[in-house]
Design a protein around this ligand. Structure first.
Ligand code: B12
Ligand code: SF4
Ligand code: SF4
Length: 229
């Protein structure tokens, strides 16, 4: 749910300086196993930071140029750095989607923004389509004000043809799930050129959020990281 009030506004401005956005937040319930907040006690609330489209890309690129060419996981490192700094300024504790054991970022996003998964597993947003992601979360010791009640539409419900299920040359996505190994074999193989250069063909087949579609350069970067090319 969208978070009302000035904390959200100030946090949004701090994130915008890096091409990132606030993705909503929520208060943990008594039954949740909340991660530790900045005090070390279970956090009372979480706010998610992420991207819609690839607005972060020029910021990340500039930072990347000043770092060693062989830096491992550069995007993760950049996100930890900038979101970590924002979190410190706001008295919060930052966590990353890559932290082990994995934190339930998609479950948090469903609670924070009311989104639901597309057939590809990626949550679909009414405006951004499949072109968004989560780059970090801020854990807070204090609870958030009551959220605005807004329930976004789920675009996939009314999408009859489901083109996202028809473009993959090896049908890696099916109602049974994502055949990760089949996808990897194809992406790394002789016929995987299109996936390597313009990104996942299934994801690109979704007609929604076209204005937020990542540029080919960005998609190629993510695919390289995913397939360890
Ligand atoms: C492990 C992982 C994967 C594994 C999935 C293995 C598996 N079957 O679980 C693999 C490597 C296959 C994968 C691939 C991708 N992933 Co991934 N992945 C994760 C990661 C790091 C952990 C998932 C997890 O176990 N969480 C712990 C559980 C307890 O949390 P959860 O919220 O309940 O987890 C949900 C997901 O696991 C989801 N799920 C299960 N299988 C799959 C498969 C895919 C493809 C996706 C997207 C989700 C998904 O179902 C769970 C129920 O809600 C998350 C980040 C995170 N911390 O959650 C990103 C995350 C789910 N991935 C994401 C994305 C975008 C992708 C890719 C589509 C693109 C990419 N980054 O390369 C690719 C698909 C490749 C392609 N064809 O292009 C995004 C989704 C964003 C969104 N809008 O919803 C996340 C949230 C990362 C982020 N920074 O935003 N991923
Ligand atoms: S193509 Fe249709 S079903 Fe697939 S993700 Fe887009 S809206 Fe959802
Ligand atoms: S990246 Fe290519 S092989 Fe993998 S699921 Fe997408 S279209 Fe299929």
């Amino acid at each position: 749910m969208s978070v009302p009030g000035s904390l959200a506004d100030r946090l949004s401005s701090a994130l915008a300086a890096h091409g990132l956005i606030l993705r909503g937040g929520f208060n943990f319930d008594a039954g949740d196993s909340a991660p530790a907040g900045p005090s070390g006690r279970p956090a009372r609330a979480v706010m998610l930071a992420g991207n819609a489209g690839a607005a972060y890309w020029p910021h990340f690129r500039r930072w990347r140029e000043s770092r060693p060419a062989d830096l491992a996981n550069p995007l993760d490192t950049w996100c930890r750095e900038v979101i970590g700094r924002v979190a410190r300024d706001f008295g919060a504790r930052a966590v990353s989607p890559s932290d082990r054991p994995f934190l339930p970022f998609q479950q948090w996003a469903m609670r924070a923004e009311g989104l639901r998964p597309s057939p590809l597993g990626i949550l679909i947003h009414p405006r951004y389509g499949l072109w968004h992601a989560y780059r970090g979360a801020l854990l807070l010791d204090a609870g958030l004000p009551p959220p605005h009640a807004d329930k976004p539409i789920h675009l996939c419900d009314a999408c009859i043809g489901k083109p996202c299920m028809k473009a993959c040359p090896v049908d890696a996505y099916t109602p049974a799930g994502f055949a990760y190994e089949d996808c990897l074999d194809h992406v790394r193989g002789p016929k995987g050129g299109p996936c390597r250069t313009i990104g996942c063909l299934d994801r690109n087949a979704c007609p929604y959020g076209a204005a937020y579609r990542y540029a080919a350069e960005v998609q190629a970067f993510h695919m390289k990281a995913f397939a360890k090319l």
